[in-house]
Write a protein that binds this ligand. Structure first.
Ligand SMILES: NC(=O)c1ccc[n+]([C@@H]2O[C@H](COP(=O)([O-])OP(=O)(O)OC[C@H]3O[C@@H](n4cnc5c(N)ncnc54)[C@H](O)[C@@H]3O)[C@@H](O)[C@H]2O)c1
Length: 324
């Protein structure tokens, strides 16, 4: 059983810590907020400031501190400061500690910002003196503990096999599909995941406004489209990049609907952007019809696979797998 320290004991930190505790691991919580520490202690949990951690006792550190956006820019000060605390801790022990970034951070942050801080403050090299991973969290705030306990995916961004093995062991018991990739790919997956959700919500909000104009029930329309549109029921539809949409219907219907909406004095910003993105791409790549069937992707990803038998075995039974 691993001894885990969670740095940043808010929503994600506590859900992570409580989830691993239920699987039998030893978990300590670190925070900079004394009230949070006192509250966790009152619950009987092992909580402290970073300076109080016994680093010889630690095997895995998970960074789950806040990464807020202020005036449109992400603030990395908290996670940089937490990484420096961990680096100073690494310097106090001969243990090979695995450091895992769980906070949402822009692509390249783990490798280009946090790893150098850890190396400088610890005097150790990544992959030699400590392991580094990016493991984004997909839980929803409202159901955080349940979501952590029953994840639908585990993304492990790691650059070395030893760290991957340690995290595989930690996460296998949760039973979700495990995607292996680089730390930067893991960071990108998390952002694209959230931004895609935001794009979908915004699209249907514009549909809602157009429906209201015509006195139509947008919930009925949304629910029917959820059943009818291939991009809704085929999860890989449209995810293969670099190919504009084509075929008999999408080019003509997008333009026609945009024109129809404009004729009624309405705006459809998402559709304008969609048309613009596709037109630019079409200028240098030929359009394709339905390139994204699950089976084709499945065969393609397996063909592209490194041939890692153990990995294939581990994901056997999954509906589809992305191996990178
Ligand atoms: N809340 C969610 O649903 C959710 C889901 C997925 C991912 N995330 C991401 O996870 C990260 C954490 O989110 P959260 O909702 O748990 O935030 P939170 O505000 O609930 O908790 C963050 C905690 O980090 C502490 N902290 C800040 N700086 C610290 C430091 N240097 N050392 C120790 N502790 C420090 C804060 O005091 C706070 O208790 C963010 O990057 C967020 O984007 C959040």
């Amino acid at each position: 059983m691993a001894r885990i320290v969670i740095i940043g004991s808010g929503v994600v930190g506590q859900a992570t810590g409580k989830g691993f505790t239920k699987k039998g691991h030893g978990v300590s919580y670190v925070d900079i907020n004394p009230q949070t520490i006192n509250r966790l202690r009152a619950e009987g949990l092992d909580a402290m400031m970073a300076a109080e951690v016994e680093w010889d006792e630690v095997e895995v550190v998970m960074l789950a501190v806040s990464t807020p956006s202020v005036d449109g820019d992400i603030v990395l000060d908290y996670i940089k400061s937490a990484a420096a605390d961990v680096g100073r801790g690494l310097a106090q022990t001969d243990n090979y500690i695995t450091v895992v970034v769980r906070s949402t951070v822009p692509p390249t942050t783990t490798e280009r910002v946090l790893t150098p801080i850890l190396e400088q403050t610890s005097g150790k090299r990544v992959g030699e003196g400590f392991g580094m991973a990016m493991n984004p969290e997909f839980l929803r705030a409202v159901s955080n503990e349940q979501d952590f306990a029953r994840p639908w995916i585990t993304v492990l961004g790691v650059n070395d096999g030893y760290t991957a093995e340690i995290l595989d062991e930690l996460y296998k018991p949760f039973g979700a599909l495990i995607v292996h990739c680089t730390p930067t790919e893991a960071e990108m997956i998390k952002y694209v995941n959230n931004v895609y959700n935001a794009v979908k919500i915004s699209y249907f909000n514009e549909v809602h406004a157009i429906c209201q104009h015509f006195g139509l029930d947008s919930n009925l329309i949304g629910a029917a489209v959820a059943r009818s549109a291939e991009s809704m029921w085929n999860p890989l539809y449209g995810t293969r990049g670099g190919v504009p949409y084509g075929g008999a219907c999408l080019p003509k219907d997008t333009v026609a609907f945009l024109s129809f909406v404009r004729q009624h004095g309405l705006q459809h910003l998402m559709l304008e952007a969609t048309h613009e993105v596709n037109s630019r791409l079409e200028a240098w790549v030929p359009a394709a019809t339905s390139p994204d069937k699950i089976e084709e992707m499945l065969v393609a990803t397996r063909q592209r696979d490194t041939g890692d038998e153990e990995l294939l075995e581990r994901v056997a039974g999954a509906q589809y797998v992305v191996t990178l």
